[in-house]
Design a protein around this ligand. Sequence first.
Ligand SMILES: [Zn+2]
Ligand SMILES: [Zn+2]
Length: 390
Amino acid sequence: MEIRSFLTGLLTRHDCLVEATEAADGTSLRVLFPPELQESLQVGELEVFELPRGEGRTLSLVHNGRDFIEALAPLALASGLYSALSFPGLTFPVADPEGFLASRLTVQNGIWRLREVRSENCGYLVVNFCLTATADTRSERLATVAVNARTGTIPLGLAAALSDLWERENGGRGPAAVSKAFSIRKEGKTPPIGTIAHSREAGGKQAQDAGGDDETVLPRVLAAARRQAALAAGEVFREFRTNLNRRLARDLTRLQGYYRTLAGEIEKRRRRKGHDPEEQERALSRLEATKADYLKKIRDARDKYALEILIEPVNALWVELPVTILEIALQRRKETRLFALPVNPLTRRPESPVCVRCQAPVLNFHLCDALHILCPACFPHCPVCNGKSP
Ligand SMILES: [Zn+2]
Ligand SMILES: [Zn+2]
């Protein structure tokens, strides 16, 4: 990223007013700093930064005799900060909601009926997780997961669609009618819901109910994201695990063969000297010792290949999107339950509810008698109903 857009982005996010003036020998940025930044960055209310042409790609800027990029570091790197994006202009109206859902949603042992179609603003937490698998070898991977904070549904493919859009839109400066707002808030201090809606750029359009107390939303959604990351880890490390099990099985077979031969030889010797009670005694204790040794070696092999998977969030992005909510009634036998199914404007697909047992996102599912959603693999073992469903 070139220094000019870096400065403009970072300072604008911290409520500075930034104005660029082009000249033959470069660009000057006139920046109006709010009082708290004037103090923490030790700058005046208005500062003019001269960005010489041709040096735009290096991240160094000397201003008033000091490295100003270094002075800005606390704004960009403080922990607990995350970025937020809003796309108020990105709409995907669902022309024929009934038909749209019919080809995308399957309730195996029940029916659904469309009750209401409405537009809402939904907030999403998009998190990059670092997955680390450790056994006798180590493997590290990244997984990106997204969760709808309002409904708890999973917008599969959102992260990829988001980065495509971002590229098409040239970082939000593109020609499409998609507006955006940047904001950085401190986790725990400022609730994520409606963060952007309250900021200037989004025109003060307020997000509707958050589906919970604002203070509890982020931990709850992060926990849901972590469960999705755990599912992703299962997929990502499938081969790693298979490999591990193969090597463990190979080691166990070798150990078995070795100790079987050893025990066979002791037994042979014992039989040969069957008349000597002292030899018998010695052979028996040798067999015991061999057996203990064998069991210990098996434990060691299992420890050596024991798999530990660490799942850690690396960074998070808050995204707000205008969403079409299809409110459906799920029905099985005489029970009915309302369910809000969002259609994501970025992926242009319905978001997936999660199985109450394994948390897998599913659009093809079963219902227990109490109408909990269960994936085909988990049905009929509903953990909420203690497995009492049929
Ligand atoms: Zn399941
Ligand atoms: Zn149930």
